[in-house]
Design a protein around this ligand. Structure first.
Ligand code: C5P
Length: 207
């Protein structure tokens, strides 16, 4: 199972809070898994991407809460779950059912925390391998290791924004994989499709 893409948190019928995630990394991993014979459940936020492989079963969601519900529903039958989505940390507390009007005054939006999907799966996991992503701008490795503990991950794929060519919207990525056993593997700049091969190789070794 994979989560991928951004989430959109609705403000009113025509506005949302989102982020720049393209979904490319998650979809590339889904393709690689399917090509190796896996049945893949891809829980995807809104993206421009399409799946073609018949073994990828896509569930489209919009918000973090919907992504959480779909992930919790499917997790117990999975061998592994890869959390590649850029989940919004906060959502507007209230949804306005009519388009908000401009009235010249300040507009105050109160945001409330979204559920942490990876941590929720980490808390209930049995035999599943749980993989997280970390996108850090500073103290990358230390923060990634904290995530392993907090979310009960088996390993974390770290992309550092200090690296050019890594992260959101690009077709390339530079990653390190940090395992909960202390192991670390660094990889050079590659296309996201080639990075997906490295991640799935590493996952296969862990299964
Ligand atoms: O805590 P942080 O957002 O940095 O952690 C990133 C990892 O946690 C990613 O694997 C992301 O998909 C996952 N995550 C999640 N639910 C959230 C926030 C992050 O599954 N609400």
């Amino acid at each position: 199972m994979l989560t991928a893409g951004p989430t959109h948190e609705k403000i009113d019928p025509v506005r949302f809070i989102g982020n720049y995630s393209s979904g490319k990394m998650g979809y590339a991993i889904a393709e690689e898994l399917a090509e190796r014979g896996a049945e893949v459940t891809l829980i995807s936020g809104p993206t421009q991407l399409h799946v073609t492989h018949p073994s990828i079963h896509k569930i489209s969601v919009e918000s973090a809460k919907e992504m959480y519900a779909a992930s919790m529903e499917h997790f117990d039958t999975m061998d592994a779950a890869i959390m590649a989505a850029a989940v919004a940390d906060y959502a507007p507390e209230n949804y306005a059912s009519q388009k908000l009007k401009r009235d010249g005054e300040d507009l105050i939006l109160r945001l409330v925390p979204n559920p942490d999907i990876a941590a929720s799966l980490g808390a209930i996991k049995e035999k599943q391998i749980l993989v997280g992503f970390a996108l850090e701008t500073q103290h990358a490795e230390a923060n990634a290791r904290k995530k392993i503990e907090k979310k009960n991950l088996d390993f974390v794929v770290l992309n550092s924004l200090e690296n050019k060519g890594a992260g959101f919207q690009t077709d390339t990525n530079i990653i390190s994989i940090l395992h909960r056993n202390g192991e670390q593997q660094d990889y050079p700049l590659k296309s996201k499709r080639a990075v997906a091969v490295d991640i799935v190789d590493y996952l296969e070794k862990s299964l």
